[in-house]
Design a binder for this molecule. Structure first.
Ligand SMILES: NC(=O)c1ccc[n+]([C@@H]2O[C@H](COP(=O)([O-])OP(=O)(O)OC[C@H]3O[C@@H](n4cnc5c(N)ncnc54)[C@H](OP(=O)(O)O)[C@@H]3O)[C@@H](O)[C@H]2O)c1
Length: 390
């Protein structure tokens, strides 16, 4: 039985990971659960899975849950709680389902210990992909992607040589605004953006699926995970989300990985990697899908996608800056401060102003902080222009 540390246990990825463990009793022992502040959900998870270690980032929330924990449970609390649990507890695999830049420091800790990092927190790779890949290599750990597209590519590449890859095609659903006109995009509300046609996910990634910024981040993730340069990466819109991604080889053969849009598939694969363990998950029923369609993304209506390719070319702190800008812009959109097309606009402007830091994790986190300030200025600037009398 492998022991499992679950970072972000209260989120969409975290809850689906625990669903799988319920269905596969005996496959993994939950050694630690970690979240920010959703203590009602976390409390119920602790009652059910009885992990000896728990981490809560929000100190007030930690003090509220403390008396509810079974005797002998060790609680890590405060801003460094996720790093501490990743450093001090013994586990075989860490599933990392935290959202946002806050996920980077615990990713570093897991890999410094030479453990397997089943990584849904794409922001870690977007911000510091080169560093994380180097850490995994240096300490004998491994990064196993949980994102469905990257899990698909990992599966397509089993037993293959990277220099035999002609191109990798990442699929994107196109989100709720795939066929929207520019006028409709300008009027898009948070409620509309949060209504994803195929996937049920947390708010940040759902809005990212609507702007295609999520795909931009995945382009950067792909570049780092598999060492692929811009020329060998393509994105195609595939509204049915059945083909999770494709790899074309130098002989013209194309291998695709398919399945229903269900994140438990890639999480299950990551939990058991390199084995392909049995599960009760549904396969792909050909008769249910009369057609699978593919179309090129529209760079005019969805300008965010290009920013991901730009970051692959520019390297250094570009990924950190783009991710931070997008976190601020998405939050401002959800709060009704800016319009939907402003998200990509702000992201591009902040990227244009990036400080050009690179090197350590500390540098990349500093670039992240500077980009947040810059993005807030852009949000306020847009707000002021909207409020100005004609
Ligand atoms: N959901 C999907 O289907 C899916 C698919 C592919 C990739 N991903 C990626 O997986 C990651 C998680 O996505 P999600 O949809 O599961 O997000 P989510 O539902 O919003 O859950 C986020 C989790 O992160 C925790 N968290 C948030 N801020 C934190 C902080 N500052 N410090 C520590 N923990 C924090 C939350 O804890 P609280 O609940 O206590 O706030 C929660 O457990 C993202 O990187 C996303 O891009 C998700």
């Amino acid at each position: 039985m492998r022991s499992l540390l679950l970072l972000g246990s209260t989120g969409s990825i975290g809850r689906q990971t625990l669903d799988l463990l319920r269905a596969e009793p005996g496959s993994h022992r939950v050694i630690g659960l970690a979240a920010r502040r959703s203590i009602d959900v976390l409390g119920a998870q602790v009652d059910e899975f009885r992990p000896p270690f728990v981490a809560v980032v929000d100190e007030e929330a930690a003090e509220t849950i403390r008396p509810r924990l079974p005797a002998g449970t060790r609680l890590f609390s405060g801003p460094a709680a996720l790093e501490e649990i990743a450093l001090e507890v013994d586990y075989d695999v860490a599933v990392h389902g935290v959202v946002g830049a806050a996920g980077l420091p615990p990713s570093v800790r897991v890999l410094e210990r030479g453990k397997t990092l089943a990584l849904a927190n794409k922001e870690s790779l977007v911000m510091a992909g080169a560093l994380l890949v180097a850490l995994a290599r240096e300490h004998g750990g491994e990064i196993v992607p949980v994102d469905s597209e990257h899990s698909a590519i990992l599966q397509c590449l089993r037993g293959e040589r990277l220099d035999r890859v002609r191109r990798v095609v990442l699929t994107a659903s196109g989100g709720p605004f795939r066929s929207a006109s520019p006028e409709e995009l300008a009027r898009a509300t948070p409620a509309m953006a949060l209504r994803h046609p195929n996937w049920n996910m947390g708010p940040r990634i759902t809005v990212g699926s609507a702007t295609l910024m999520n795909k931009a981040l995945e382009v950067i993730e792909l570049h780092h995970l598999f060492g692929l340069e811009r020329e060998r990466i393509e994105v195609v819109i595939h509204p049915q989300s059945i083909v999770h991604s494709l790899v074309e080889f130098v002989d013209g053969s194309v291998i695709a990985q398919m399945g229903p849009p269900d994140m438990r598939g890639p999480i299950h694969y990551a939990l058991h990697h390199p084995d392909r363990a049995p599960s009760d998950l549904r396969g792909f029923d050909l008769s249910r899908f009369k057609s699978l369609t593919f179309e090129a993304p529209d760079p005019v209506r969805f300008p965010a996608l290009e920013l991901g390719f730009r970051c692959v070319e520019e390297g250094a702190d570009a990924g950190s800056v783009l991710n931070a800008a997008d976190e601020v812009a998405v939050e401002a959109f959800l709060q009704g401060e800016i319009g939907f097309p402003d998200i990509a606009r702000i992201n591009r402007r902040v990227l244009d102003r990036r400080p050009g830091l690179c090197g350590s994790v500390a540098d990349l986190l500093r670039a992240d902080r500077l980009a947040r300030t810059c993005a807030r200025e852009e949000v306020e600037g847009l707000g002021a222009r909207t409020r100005a009398p004609a």
